[in-house]
Design a binder for this molecule. Sequence first.
Ligand code: 3HC
Length: 287
Amino acid sequence: MSQVESIVVIGAGTMGSGIAYAAAANGISATVVDVASAALDKARGYHEKTAARSVEKGRLLEADAKSLLGRIAYEGDLAEACAGSGFVIEAASERADLKKSLFATMVASAAGDAVLATNTSSISITEIATAAGDAADRVIGMHFFNPVPVMKLVEVIKGLATSEGTVERTISLAKAMGKTPIPANDRAGFVSNRVLMPLINEAFFAWMEGVAKAEDIDEIMKLGCNFPMGPLRLADFIGLDVCHDIMMVLHRELGDPKFFPCPLLRQLVTAGRLGDKTGHGVYEHTR
Ligand code: 3HC
């Protein structure tokens, strides 16, 4: 199996820009595609800042940082960016209809044997693959974690039609990106979000019921369970809307009332308090 030398990443949000950086940091060229030029500018800023921080910390020579940044390209046209590509990772918003329309373009534009991966956090891989027609065997879940340059895990999810060859190529790329790939089956939330999101949701219930203050809930989980961030702080970091939407998918797909989002989480999302990205969620954040 030949080593992947370049990838296309669709979506210049937090996850897409993190995936592109992790690839470039490991010698793999990455083209980030987004229709929004402001998102591409923001991704470029993040890449420059992250590389500069590594230079400051003495982990990267200035020349190597320059080469790293030189391996990342920014593109506004999806079909053009995908043309002939052998490995595409979709990291667009969590909407099944959007992902399906992107996959139709990926199939049409990428190489005939390209791996077509999605970084979805909870949408069924089998469902996304319905947009790929005969190429469903090349569709796979490649679930990264935020912040991607730091977090070691890639959850690798096979859809019903995903071939073993696609799995092997995905595992190989994840390893080349310095990650640890671990397989999970195509059930709502896979493993990570099936376990993490109910825990976060329960922290909202504890807060809503006045079991403890938000800060204390987080501190208890940090000091008592060795969490790097408490669950409410982590919810702000992930995005309260993202947590809410994943709970809704778990609730719908698994049919158990225990997955219904806490009313307080729903209320904060309704109020537009989405966490770090809006400057206010459970906590206020300086941006
Ligand atoms: N990009 C790149 N590097 C980053 C970064 C970012 N966004 N944020 C932090 N880092 C690096 C820093 O440069 C620093 O590196 P250094 O120590 O070598 O200088 C290192 O990470 C530690 O950062 P800080 O010292 O600033 O802060 P912390 O020690 O508090 O670590 C953290 C920050 C890594 C985010 C840590 O708090 C953590 O691990 N939090 C939990 C994150 C987590 O659980 N993520 C999973 C979310 S779920 C998910 O993504 C799935 C989705 O489907 C919802």
